[in-house]
Design a protein around this ligand. Structure first.
Ligand code: TMP
Ligand code: ASP
Length: 261
């Protein structure tokens, strides 16, 4: 399959066309942004880790019947994915209150929620991805009721699966963000899971120490982001072949791969 032109560049990923109009290549950058691009830097090796972690989670979700855009990982930084029309909503799923929820509503940080809470944000960088109500989605036809009902069912299954998967490796799934896309299958529009699931898009705390193993290390200037993402990858069993992966090793691996292309 031939890699074609860049068709979209986001904050952490680039999408390229391919010779197959139904497939695109998703490239994971090392760029890290927070607070709607107000804070940014480059963290060498982050894209490599997110590519591997997201591949792992999406293929596991596929096995439990959650349809998603992943076709296969191509190399250290790229995946072949199905070309979908992204629904312009960020679906935030929360099991424990932290981050913007605690600031917005004055809820105590770390409050365990009785039921998972879904919040909706409009995907619009210029507006700073504002929080919206479900009614806004229908009023402005960003998605229809049938699509949102389907998405909600998928979200609860994804959440259940991911809570269990992370619990098994000593990690608490605090919250995360999902995106969904439309795909025509046999002339019918289907909604499938898209984007990525990685420590960039989840909050992950060590079960015993509450140590943050996610992008909050960058948002809150805690440092050691690569060791934290590496720890998640290792516990997921992805990096078993390299027992002591460091930022340097991850970077070396990615540049070796680049040269060999
Ligand atoms: P928040 O507490 O900042 O609203 O974030 C909730 C979760 O959603 C957290 O796991 C980070 C993730 N998230 C993204 O992946 N992208 C975003 O643009 C935002 C605002 C949050
Ligand atoms: N993804 C958003 C940004 O890049 C917000 C965040 O993850 O904190 O600014």
């Amino acid at each position: 399959m031939k890699k074609g032109k860049k068709i979209y560049e986001g904050k952490a990923k680039i999408i390229y066309s391919t010779s197959d109009k139904n497939l695109v290549i998703q490239y994971f950058k090392d760029d890290a942004t927070a607070f709607n691009n107000k804070k940014k830097t480059t963290i060498e090796g982050k894209g490599v880790l997110n590519n591997r972690i997201s591949e792992h989670i999406l293929s596991n979700l596929s096995q439990i019947g959650i349809k998603n855009h992943l076709v296969k990982r191509l190399n250290m930084r790229e995946q072949v994915i199905k070309f979908v029309e992204i629904i312009p909503i960020e679906f935030i799923v929360r099991n424990v209150a932290t981050g913007s929820l605690t600031k917005r509503l004055g809820i105590e940080d770390g409050t365990v929620l009785k039921e998972p809470l879904i919040e909706y944000c409009l995907k619009d960088d210029k507006l700073g991805d504002p929080l919206i109500a479900e009614e806004h989605i229908y009023a402005f036809e960003w998605a229809n009721k049938k699509e949102i009902e389907k998405v909600k069912k998928m979200i609860f299954r994804i959440n259940d699966f991911m809570i269990g998967m992370f619990r098994g490796i000593g990690i608490k799934l605090i919250d995360f963000k999902l995106e969904f896309g439309r795909l025509k299958i046999n002339g019918k529009n289907e909604v499938i899971l898209a984007d990525e699931i990685s420590p960039d898009t989840c909050r992950l705390w060590d079960s015993i120490t509450d140590k943050k193993l996610d992008k909050d290390r960058f948002r809150k200037d805690l440092g050691d982001l690569i060791p934290a993402y590496t720890e998640v990858a290792k516990r997921l069993g992805i990096l078993h072949e390299q027992s002591n992966v460091s930022a340097v090793n991850v970077t070396k691996l990615s540049s070796v791969k680049k040269k060999s292309k």
